[in-house]
Design a protein around this ligand. Sequence first.
Ligand SMILES: Cc1cc2nc3c(=O)[nH]c(=O)nc-3n(C[C@H](O)[C@H](O)[C@H](O)COP(=O)(O)OP(=O)(O)OC[C@H]3O[C@@H](n4cnc5c(N)ncnc54)[C@H](O)[C@@H]3O)c2cc1C
Ligand code: FES
Length: 507
Amino acid sequence: MHERELPGRHESLWTSTTPRTDFPPLDGDRRVDTAVVGGGIVGVTAALECAEAGREVALLEADRVVEGVTGKTTAKVTALHGLVYDDLLRTHGRERARGYADANAAAIEAIADRVDERDIDCDFRRVPAYTYAADEDQRGAVEREAAAAERLGLPASYVPDPAFPGATHGAVKFAEQAQFHPRKYLLDLAEAIPEAGSHVLEETAVTGIDDGSPCEVETERGTVTAENVIVATHFPIEDPGFYFARQYPKRSYVLAVRLADDPPDGLFYRDADPYFSVRPHPTDDGTLALVGGQNHKTGQGGSTVARYRRLLEQAREHFDVESVEYRWSTQDFVSVDDVPFVGRLGPTSERVYGATGFGGWGMTNGTAAGMLLAALAQGESRPWAGTFDPQRFDPAASGRDLLAENVDVGAQFARDWTAAALASADGADLAPGEGTVLRRGDTPLAVSRDEDGDIRAVSAVCTHLDCLVRWNDAEGSWDCPCHGSRFSPEGEVLNGPAVEDLPKRGE
Ligand SMILES: Cc1cc2nc3c(=O)[nH]c(=O)nc-3n(C[C@H](O)[C@H](O)[C@H](O)COP(=O)(O)OP(=O)(O)OC[C@H]3O[C@@H](n4cnc5c(N)ncnc54)[C@H](O)[C@@H]3O)c2cc1C
Ligand code: FES
């Protein structure tokens, strides 16, 4: 099946139902107290917290705010993250598990308070969240999760029969969680930044950060000088913490579907590989069900068109689906010890802070990160700072996954270079929407054909660390199987860790 034949509009519900922003770009050099790089949930939250504390902030966004991963989330606002607490308690100990629980619980309340104080019309609603057991074998894990979370002070309980089709093996339930429209919420917060005397500067890509006293943030439109810098670019655009080797990219898929009946009320999640999640979302035209899942490592796992198809099949196994209104996909980074990295960006960073590795749970982890980063930039802290310290290394919590991820990267590297050395077609038989990696001389080329029939050719060598990119047939992009960089058919970086485009090649 071709991407064109997939049902639904290929855009997120969130971007489709809100206007594009129009903040000005940076216009020449500027001095501020804090520069925040990247306008997703982390950057917008951090920038507003700093601005409200009386600091002059420049929020620098390469494109438009809240159109990155945050513009494509499913926006479940919950501290229930699949099955994590039992594992955190066992591998990290009580203090760090408690820090994770407290940070995420505090983030829900911080979001609720902002919605309340600013009277934000963002479909915010309190709902319960459930992680239900995939089968009878998982019932014990779900029971243990409920007990562990309750011990950590979270509003958890075990429910034997959650009101969700097929969830017959029990679930852990968190009461008083929430859902919202992430762009309606965050665009309001972004508007509040200039109201507080600071600046949101769009179409201003940061190209370099000098961690000095003061720091200098380079952009193509001028230099921003600041006492300190918060890097909130999802994957940090500078990587002194070797984050590329300490987390892996998880891509997943969302369908906004109309059902014959009302969707179940609450946030439902089946913790499996792949996961399956469902939440309702009200629209002017009735309530849609947002169905998510089919995760895989970016650049691995075959046709992405097939992922959308399988997700729709799964939706149909659970519900009477009348139509697919929207479909989209995006990716998040999962740290090797399942806890995000939030704090000083690298071991020798003095004034540069960053956050990454939210594991698919960045509405609360990302809000908590924004709050913590804003505190650190003001010389303060939050009680959960130690839990998220990026400089931690605990072999018991991360050693096995760290090794496995890096062995996997080596395998991807070797496999593709060998295959490209064997292939030597010319790409002439590509259909519109298809792409392939082929060899011209010693150079691997990434060749694709667009919907008008024109061929695009770029280097197939990822500008991060030289793995070979692979074609993503559903999104029409070149995705790197090693650490998750993505590029457009013209070679532009769509997702890091890469920061340099793929060079164009003659077709
Ligand atoms: C399919 C899917 C569903 C999800 N659903 C949920 C959910 O239900 N609940 C939940 O809690 N979490 C969810 N998540 C996770 C959550 O969406 C993310 O963790 C979170 O949105 C990440 O936010 P961010 O601010 O780090 O990144 P982003 O939103 O990507 O923001 C980074 C910004 O930095 C900008 N930028 C990049 N480079 C530069 C540069 N050089 N200069 C200036 N700006 C730059 C980008 O343009 C972008 O706007 C989901 C993730 C996926 C993949
Ligand atoms: S993302 Fe690291 S080599 Fe491509």
